[in-house]
Design a binder for this molecule. Sequence first.
Ligand code: DX5
Ligand code: ZN
Length: 225
Amino acid sequence: MPEKIKVAPSLLSADFGMLRETVRLLEANGADWIHLDVMDGHFVPNITMGPLVAQWLRPHTGLILDAHLMVSNPEDHLEAFVRAGVDSITVHAEATAHLDRVLRKIIGLGIKAGVALNPATPPEVLEYVWPLLDLVLVMSVNPGAGGQAFIPAVLPKIAFLAQRIREVRPGAALQVDGGINMETAPAVIEAGANVLVAGSAVFKDQDGLKLIQAFKTLAGETKAV
Ligand code: DX5
Ligand code: ZN
């Protein structure tokens, strides 16, 4: 039976002058999570948002606020995002020398813990932290901007991680982020992803919001391996 797909629209491509209305629209169109792409201008060239965005959106949605920290030294920012009301924090394996410690700190703060892997990062980096993981985020673009082309080379990594999750961490979410649209989503779902992040595809035009349901329908049509 194919996995139920969750859709986590990224606000990165939304109109930042309309975020409260946007989140309400996303919820009305079936979004499961709100993906907050946090960038510090150091780990990645762009600067986007901080905990204040989560804090001001929190009262306006019951959806999961899923913070993707594309920041150096993520351990320095955890409390601020937890105070702001996020439900999960995903840190980049490449952004800290102390991944085990950072994950334990996130768990200690009472929210869900995730690790993001850049396209060139092998999945084996997770081998000693599986018991700490609620979520694995496979980057299918190089982090730092929306609207980039999907990198097909990550498909085998998605399949490998889907298998490892079945073996050692059943229930952990396998999220894919970057270049997700109706052309790339089928292969990503087939490889075993169960949470799709989409930014530009959802916000590029009036019909974008309909993609949220369309991605879920795809899961019914696509068999995960
Ligand atoms: C990359 C960001 C983007 C964003 C989604 O740093 O993480 O991947 O979430 O962007 P799109 O869907 O426009 O590729
Ligand atoms: Zn992201």
